[in-house]
Ligand binder design. Structure first.
Ligand SMILES: N[C@@H]1[C@@H](O)[C@H](O)[C@@H](COP(=O)(O)O)O[C@@H]1O
Length: 260
């Protein structure tokens, strides 16, 4: 696992560099998309590169991590709409090439199985962007999630609903109680995981993710088993890391050609 500690804007540039390198190598690359505030600067940087430098998503495929159950099709916080607004509609990404689990399906388990099949049919995810919840969730895999889980329905914790109330007029009652999420086993099959975390409220989750024992109590710790995981954090989110000095030293002496 590689840990990079830098200001938020620099982290966004690093993540965008990795995505750009992938798209320039393979125009039909498969990107794993995350919602929440953590990846927003990355999406801004990608949209800027699209406008200013011709970075194209015309042949790329996109798979989202998760979705709320039951939000109306036109609800602005439905994750499909969030991804359209934050990235897909800002670049040349055909709408039918970006998809997520269907939180409005009549048959939710069927929709989850179909989503797993769609990811597999696309050849799997090349690069998965991730944020992390204050309780250590990735996607919406809340504490207690099986480390081998696949896409399925989950119940959100009270903590997550309170954290996400800011997107729902600060009214926790408007935050759905259920979601569909790629499982930890699904996420772990992506070939490169790139997690972004900023702010002091993420410091404990980041410490557990990087340095804690692998445990369903802190679901993101499963990433310690991934052969290519990158953790991009600002100073505040890094403030509880025991080996911060070592991570800084390692990154400072990394050969420039290596990329993330
Ligand atoms: N389902 C999303 C996650 O994919 C996201 O990574 C996390 C952190 O959100 P934020 O980046 O806004 O802190 O919580 C949300 O609930």
């Amino acid at each position: 696992m590689e840990v990079v500690i830098a200001p938020a804007q620099e982290l966004a540039v690093l993540a965008a560099d990795a995505i750009e390198a992938l798209l320039r190598r393979r125009a039909d690359a498969v990107l794993g998309l995350a919602t929440g505030s953590s990846p927003l600067k990355v999406y801004d940087e990608l949209a800027r590169r699209h406008d200013a430098e011709g970075l194209s998503f015309a042949r790329a495929r996109g798979f989202m991590l998760d979705e709320y159950v039951g939000l109306a099709a036109d609800h602005p916080e439905r994750y499909r709409n969030v991804i359209a607004t934050e990235i897909a509609d800002r670049v040349d990404w055909p709408a039918d090439q970006v998809t997520g689990p269907d939180g409005l399906a009549d048959d939710l388990p069927g929709a989850c199985a179909a989503y797993e099949e769609a990811i597999a049919a696309a050849g799997g995810v090349d690069l998965q962007l991730l944020g992390i919840g204050t309780d250590g969730h990735i996607g919406f895999n809340e504490p207690g999630s099986s480390l081998a889980s696949r896409t399925r329905i989950k119940t959100l914790t009270e903590q997550t609903r309170v954290d996400n109330a800011r997107f729902f007029d600060d009214d926790v009652d408007q935050v759905p109680r259920h979601c569909l999420t790629q499982g930890l086993g699904t996420i772990m099959e992506a070939r490169h995981l790139v997690l972004l975390a900023t702010g002091k409220h993420k410091a404990e989750a980041v410490h557990q993710l990087v340095e804690g024992p692998v445990s369903a109590l802190w679901p993101a710790t499963v990433m310690q088993w991934h052969p290519h995981a990158t953790v991009l954090v600002d100073e505040a989110a890094a403030s509880r890391l025991q080996l911060a000095g070592y991570y800084r030293q390692t990154y400072a002496s990394k050969p420039g050609w290596q990329g993330l």
